[in-house]
Ligand binder design. Structure first.
Ligand code: EPU
Length: 344
């Protein structure tokens, strides 16, 4: 690694351990950002001024298909705190580099609920608003108050409230118009002390019943979600993956009705205003791709929505597999699958 006057920047840094797919790729310049000062100093370095910038958190929602020709900013900002106590609710703040799951467990340990259904989602707090992480009937936006972000274009800290984030299903302004423009610094949430638990997602009740729990606490729900996830989703430490590789497609209800006439068993969920959400995992499984492997890339045997690196797969290999799956689902069902991770 060449030494430079600005020791904050590393050159030709290996990103293999920093993406959960475990694909190898390098960053031309790399900076580990532990403070706002680090961020500003890195951005001032003349070597990177005209280069593209990539903010990398837990690397659990990114597919690197080649070396990154610019500056990778690795989110390492730490710290979490309770901001206020309004009796029935309290607000909390976590720095962007805090591990999401540990933050969830910490809020539960403080006696607050709300985030239990989002247990064990890989990645960092700072990434949670970008795709509005969601699972088992709850989305991050349900408890979001605001976030602080550094505007990389105007070089200043700005605040985003819920409406400015334009949250949607697996979506926000940070994936669209504002993509790449902001470095999220900290996120704030409001959580109830004794909130209603969301058990409507079938598997949760079944899992609680299996453990013999009749009137669950938020911590019980968290444990149930962890059990379900551990059973179905591969641990990236053991098998490289980025969780769901595709979003569940949302089609017109008319189109969904045509499909359910042809495929009676097809899962479908009302998505509001004449739209219906389909299960991408089901579509992929029916198209015959569950558990398939092409070279070192494959489709997980327990959940067809998860693409895996069996060892040594390149990002391009995983992307090629994804394209074949998209074509197969398009051909059989006439439905377009959209990748969920950021593809670079
Ligand atoms: N299904 C199949 N075959 C499969 C996988 C799923 O037939 O291989 C069927 C299931 O039987 C079920 C339906 O598809 O009827 C939905 O499956 P599941 O409940 O497992 O949820 P999902 O829609 O596939 C979404 C999220 C997950 C989240 C779960 C639980 C997306 C893209 N994915 O998956 O998020 O954990 O719901 O809420 O919305 C992630 O983003 O990484 C992730 C794991």
């Amino acid at each position: 690694m060449p030494l430079h006057s600005n020791a904050l920047l590393r050159q030709d840094a290996d990103l293999t351990a920093l993406n959960t797919f475990g694909v190898s790729a390098k960053a031309r310049y790399f900076c580990s950002v532990s403070s706002l000062g680090d961020l500003q100093a890195a951005l001032r370095d003349p070597r990177v001024r005209s280069l593209p910038v990539l903010v990398l958190g837990g690397g659990s929602n990114v597919l690197l298909t080649r070396d990154f020709p610019g500056l990778v900013l690795h989110v390492r900002l730490l710290g979490k705190r309770q901001i206020d106590d309004a009796g029935a609710t309290a607000s909390f703040e976590a720095a962007a580099g805090e591990n999401w799951h540990e933050f969830v467990l910490w809020t539960l340990a403080q006696g607050y609920s709300g985030l239990e259904n989002l247990s064990l989602i890989p990645g960092l707090v700072g990434a949670s608003p970008i795709q509005n992480i969601g699972a088992y009937g709850v989305e991050m936006k349900d408890h979001f108050i605001a976030l602080d972000a550094y505007d990389l274009r105007r070089n200043m800290v700005v605040q985003f409230g819920p409406s400015q984030c334009e949250f949607g299903y697996r979506d926000s302004v940070f994936k669209r118009g504002a993509a790449g423009r902001y470095f999220i610094l900290a996120v704030r949430f409001r959580l109830p002390r004794a909130g209603a638990l969301r058990l409507d997602y079938g598997e949760i009740r079944a899992e609680l019943a299996r453990s013999g729990i009749g009137s669950p606490s938020a911590c019980d729900v968290s444990a149930a979600v962890c059990n379900i996830r551990r059973r179905k989703l591969p641990d990236p430490a053991l098998l490289g993956n980025a969780g769901s590789f595709f979003k569940n497609p949302i089609v017109s209800t008319e189109r969904a009705n045509e499909l359910t006439t042809r495929f009676a068993a097809m899962p479908h969920y009302a998505a509001g205003s004449g739209r219906t959400k389909l299960a991408a995992g089901w579509l992929i499984e029916q198209a015959g791709w569950k558990g398939k492997r092409i070279g070192n890339a494959g489709v997980h045997a327990e959940h067809a929505l998860v693409l895996v690196n069996h060892g040594g797969a390149s990002g391009a290999e995983i992307l090629a597999l994804a394209r074949q799956i998209q074509d197969a689902v398009q051909e059989q069902f006439g439905v377009e699958l959209e990748p969920e991770p950021v593809i670079l």
